[in-house]
Design a protein around this ligand. Structure first.
Ligand code: ADP
Ligand code: MG
Length: 504
């Protein structure tokens, strides 16, 4: 856990209502497990394959086929639980959730209702500027994903693609600890970041690897605190669940829209009824999908084809011992090891590729300077260059390190270094050789600097008089010398020399 002093964010209050209302939000995030094979079959999970090419008999619900648990999927769920500082349940069990869908030919989904593999955990969610909240995780369970029905390829027929049928999902259920739309988005990004670090889910929301069901309710100020003290949900308002959100932006919009809808109902004298809703981003509204009364009776029961899942503590310990460094830990280490600010460290640890690049540049060099160059120059340049990822950077860590070394040894000034960076970025090459070949070396030899300064002083007697009275004007002389030497004069040497001459 990051040992930083955080301020707890205030709950979001919705404006324009007759009275103040606070938001209460709980998320159920479905994260596709990164694994080569499905949860109960050996079929491939590769995205974008020819429709219905990754389907084993058991995925197709053929009679007599038996599911076989994929150990790697279990390991991935355990790693995710460990990454969320959660309890790992050595005993868990699979249940059948019965319903019919054309893209789930078994006629039921195998899930873990009564005994999930992961219990209570927590995530530190930051909103920037030292504001953060801990969101508690209620549970994570393993379940099968469904396939895909396609209704828009033919005017008279629907198609079904079973490639995703039976792929392992982790359902990560949060407690209702989230108090605003930005927090909800920050929570989902933090989960995504942790799972990407762990390698347990690729977090690609566009491809549907991560989807969220968003539960929203409203309450009067003070009610949430009562719930927290007692754990009694009746202090909170009735929630509605917005299904299947696959973008951070839509999650935030949907929460905002849904809260306003609930406030209008309550302030109009009505009551919110618990239901499942869908968000329509084009219309900017949520609409009812099904109400609690017509909710499915899934007739859950323990799956008779699968034994309870019993894992050993030693196995969990071994997975724990091999976990990679997590985002919060890496961020704290970067702050300590390289003297970075909380903010810079957060930027550099946003993903593992960025962090690895920075570490290579910073190794044996000034950490703050390395951070500065990576964040301001490199990231800025990559962004301008079609938002390139760090993996596609034309400047390698060794090249960037080389540029920094040239500054540190006073061979080039910071200003020339920026020109050099641009040359290395667009043309490649060894920074030291470029400096040599193109005569970019800083002039530290005082002779030519002094000559240039003497000339400027001689030509500008009025400026000299003024600068003698007001030392702040010395900067003008420094600028003139830099100009006269094509920016190659060592700024420190120039400053000293100007001060000396003007004083004399
Ligand atoms: P269900 O099984 O009906 O989906 P759960 O108890 O599993 O219900 O809760 C689902 C999600 O709803 C959880 O993420 C939880 O935090 C959230 N939730 C529960 N009560 C509320 C509430 N009053 N307001 C907002 N979210 C809530
Ligand atoms: Mg639920």
């Amino acid at each position: 856990m990051l040992d930083l002093t955080y301020e707890t964010p205030k709950p979001k209050v919705i404006a324009g209502a007759k009275q103040d209302w606070e938001l209460v939000i709980g998320l159920e995030v479905h994260a596709q497990v990164s694994s080569n094979a499905k949860l109960f079959s050996g079929a491939s999970t590769k995205f974008g394959a020819e429709p219905n090419s990754n389907v084993a008999f058991v995925d197709a619900g053929m009679p007599g086929m038996l599911p076989v648990i994929n150990e790697e999927c279990v390991a991935q769920a355990v790693r995710t639980g460990l990454g969320l500082k959660a309890e790992i349940n050595l005993y868990s069990a699979f249940d059948r959730k019965n319903y019919f869908y054309p893209d789930l030919p078994q006629g039921y989904q195998i899930s873990q209702l009564y005994h999930p593999i992961v219990g209570v955990g927590e995530v530190l969610v930051e909103m920037g500027s030292g504001v953060a909240r801990t969101v508690r995780i209620e549970r994570i369970h393993l379940e099968q994903d469904a396939g895909k029905s396609i209704h828009d390829m033919d005017p008279t027929m629907s198609f079904v693609d079973l490639n995703r049928t039976g792929v392992a999902l982790m359902e990560i259920v949060s407690m209702p600890d989230i108090r605003g739309p930005e927090e909800a988005a920050a929570y989902v990004s933090k989960l995504r970041q942790i799972m990407r670090y762990l390698g347990t889910c690729d977090g690609n929301m566009q491809n549907g690897s991560m989807r969220a069901d968003v539960n929203v309710s409203i309450c009067a100020p003070g009610q949430y605190e009562k719930y927290q003290e007692s754990g009694d949900f009746s202090h909170l308002g009735t929630r509605c669940e917005i299904k299947n959100m696959n973008s951070l932006r839509f999650i935030q919009q949907a929460i905002e829209v849904e809260a306003k809808r609930q406030i209008a109902i309550v302030e109009g004298g009505g009551t919110v009824s618990q239901e499942t809703r869908l968000y329509d981003p084009d219309k900017g509204e949520t609409r009812s999908m099904r109400s609690k009364e017509e909710a499915h009776d899934y007739r859950y029961f323990p799956d008779p084809d699968l034994l309870p899942l019993e894992i050993e503590q030693a196995w969990v310990d071994d997975l724990k011992a091999h976990l990679p460094e997590l985002p919060d830990e890496k961020r704290l280490r970067f702050m300590e090891e390289f003297g970075l600010s909380d903010y810079d460290s957060g930027v550099l640890t946003a993903d593992t590729a960025d962090a690895a690049y920075f570490e290579e540049v910073a190794k044996g060099r000034d950490g703050k300077m390395a951070a500065n160059w990576v964040i301001n120059e490199l990231f800025g340049r990559l962004k301008k260059d079609d938002d390139k990822a760090i993996g596609d950077s034309p400047v390698s860590p060794a090249q960037l390190g080389g540029i920094i070394d040239l500054i540190a040894s006073d061979a080039i000034s910071g200003k020339i270094a920026k020109d050099l960076f641009e040359i290395v970025y667009s043309e490649g090459g060894d920074p030291a050789e470029i400096v040599e070949a193109r005569g970019m070396k800083q002039v530290t030899d005082l002779g030519p600097i002094e000559a240039a300064l003497d000339e400027i002083i001689a030509a500008n007697p009025a400026q000299v008089e003024m600068a003698k009275e007001n030392p702040k004007l010395a900067g003008w002389f420094v600028g003139q010398v830099m100009k006269a030497t094509g920016g190659k004069a060592n700024p420190k040497a120039v400053n000293e020399l100007v001060a000396k001459k003007l004083a004399g």
